[in-house]
Write a protein that binds this ligand. Structure first.
Ligand code: SME
Length: 150
């Protein structure tokens, strides 16, 4: 599935007539539509010089958490750790921000531009423990592609 999606991601990235925001929105829509265990897909970016994240493009239910302080929740922890964070069971996490009661698991992968962690892709799933190394490699690939248009 991910191998088939990589060319589609590259196709979206190459649409230079569209803004980066529009291309990230298209990626969110594609992922949510085509990957069965991706129920919410979004990008967060550092909010200027502030120690907080701001929600960018997303697909799925609207969230109240459009601003997340560094260190808070899974997203805020990735902003400071620079590491992928795979959460098989969100109920086992103390430092977690619930967006929807249907969410069982989450994966957050940092997005680097020139070696700097400037944001992340965040996926919520209604399925328990669905994420594998394949998801990590695929989401790293997406972030590398997006980094080229930022
Ligand atoms: N669950 C995230 C908050 C963002 S929502 O999933 C959209 C967290 O704990 O950081």
């Amino acid at each position: 599935m991910f191998d088939a999606l990589r060319p589609a991601i590259k196709g979206i990235i190459s649409q230079e007539e569209k803004s980066a925001e529009e291309r990230m929105q298209a990626i969110c829509d594609l992922l949510k539509e085509t990957v069965p265990h991706y129920d919410w897909v979004g990008f967060y970016f550092r909010d200027g010089e502030k120690e907080q994240l701001k929600l960018g493009a997303y697909a799925g239910a609207p969230t109240d958490h459009t601003i997340i302080p560094f260190g808070k929740g899974i997203c805020g922890q990735v902003a400071v750790s620079n590491q992928n964070f795979v959460v098989p069971d969100v109920s086992a996490q103390d430092n977690y921000i619930a967006c929807s009661l249907t969410v069982k698991s989450e994966i957050v992968v940092p997005l680097f531009v020139d070696g700097k962690n400037i944001g992340q892709i965040d996926i919520d799933s209604n399925v328990p423990d669905p994420f594998t190394k394949e998801d990590e490699r695929f989401l790293e690939f997406i972030n590398q592609e997006v980094a080229n248009i930022l």
